[in-house]
Design a protein around this ligand. Structure first.
Ligand code: ASP
Length: 362
């Protein structure tokens, strides 16, 4: 593809390289790959089918590519990928086995988006159904709505024959109980304690950090069709009814069949205020390479984080948000606010983890 603004692109690359160091997953080909004002080429550059996901998506991307190779629709393929993680009791951030809300009840969020038809849908605060991504797909296919939440989402799922089950595993319940009993010395929940102890119930060490996690998975086939899905149990021990970014189109996921797809994991409250997946897709439409578009979203969030309680001593966000992007040419990238993150890629061989770019080094 002809490079209309080569000098601008080169400056951008040098700046990015200086800012983010050698470990950043930015390559010249990514930064020079698209130019402002040009529409995305339908010709793929990378290997296809290709699927990328958050770092917990090695299996999911493998499954998504396998599906697309045998001709499955891109949305069916990525959903089948994340179903593996939703069904896995050992992943306590997604689906069955996810960490519950503050009352000990698992509430799941998910959304899906299908690039070829530009349709999307989500469900939020859904209880008792372990595959919210499939319920979101059902909302897309069998309703005139885009978002259904809570009791309404459960009733919709029931009507479509989804099986209800208790999603709280013993392992997740024990983690929640540990958190609840140590949350305050002033309430009536007490962890095991001895006769001589006084201030019983203090969170220490790693327990102070509320666990988060999600899976986002994007897939592109050899006809340059693209879709995506995001699914999560959300922020552990949240207020019941809290909805994060994951089920919100434009925040936890966005797909444009002509441009590409983006998704996120991490602090949903920050992403909800920037609608970063939409921002990333729009940046790619305007010519940004995927990694660059993800970094732009990170910068937006850093700029928007003004509350002192959310900033570290240097004024940087005291939390992480991670973005993943795939364009219709098969180029992909990822970026996080903080270093040390990776994302999963499968383009036909073994799934692998790739370093994400970042704004701040730990
Ligand atoms: N983004 C998810 C949420 O805020 C959590 C996560 O990805 O860690 O619900």
């Amino acid at each position: 593809m002809k490079d209309v603004f080569p000098s601008l692109s080169r400056r951008l690359f040098i700046k990015a390289a200086a800012l983010f160091g050698a470990s950043a997953a930015i390559t010249p080909s990514e930064l020079f790959s698209e130019t402002a004002g040009q529409s995305m080429s339908r010709r793929t550059q990378g290997r296809v089918p290709v699927s990328i996901a958050s770092a917990n998506g090695l299996e999911a991307t493998r499954r998504a590519v396998e599906g697309m190779r045998r001709g499955d629709d891109t949305l069916d393929a990525v959903i089948a990928g994340v179903n593996i993680v939703e069904n896995d009791p050992d992943d306590d951030t997604v689906g069955y086995g996810g960490l519950p809300n503050e009352d000990g009840v698992v509430e799941l969020d998910s959304c899906v988006m299908h690039g070829p038809t530009m349709r999307g849908a989500g469900v939020a605060a859904l209880r008792n159904i372990k595959n919210p991504s499939l319920v979101a797909q059902k909302v897309l296919e069998r309703s005139d709505h885009v978002l259904i939440v809570g009791e309404g989402a459960l009733r919709f799922a029931r009507a479509h024959g989804f099986r209800e089950e208790n999603l709280l595993t013993d392992a997740a319940r024990e983690k929640w109980l540990r958190w609840k009993e140590r949350l305050s010395t002033k309430d009536d929940w007490l962890p095991e304690h001895g006769m001589e102890e006084r201030d019983i119930g203090v969170l220490t060490g790693a327990e102070v950090q509320r666990p988060t996690g999600t899976i986002n998975c994007l897939g592109l086939n050899d006809r340059a069709e693209i879709s995506g899905v995001t699914t999560t149990s959300g922020l552990a021990y949240k207020i019941p009814g809290r909805v994060g970014d994951s089920p919100i189109l434009g925040a936890g996921l966005y797909v444009d069949g002509k441009v590409g797809a983006a998704g996120s994991t991490g602090r949903g409250e920050a992403n909800l205020l920037s609608l970063a997946s939409f921002l990333i897709v729009e940046r790619m439409r305007a010519g940004d390479a995927p990694t660059d578009a993800c970094l732009a979203a990170c910068r937006r969030i850093a700029e928007q984080t003004k509350m002192k309680r959310l900033r570290d001593k240097e004024g940087r966000p005291a939390f992480n948000v991670n973005f993943y992007a795939l364009n219709v040419r098969g180029e992909h990238g990822g970026a996080s606010l903080w270093s040390g993150k990776q994302y999963a890629v499968n383009d036909g061989e073994e799934s692998r983890l790739v370093d994400s770019a970042y704004l701040f080094a730990r």
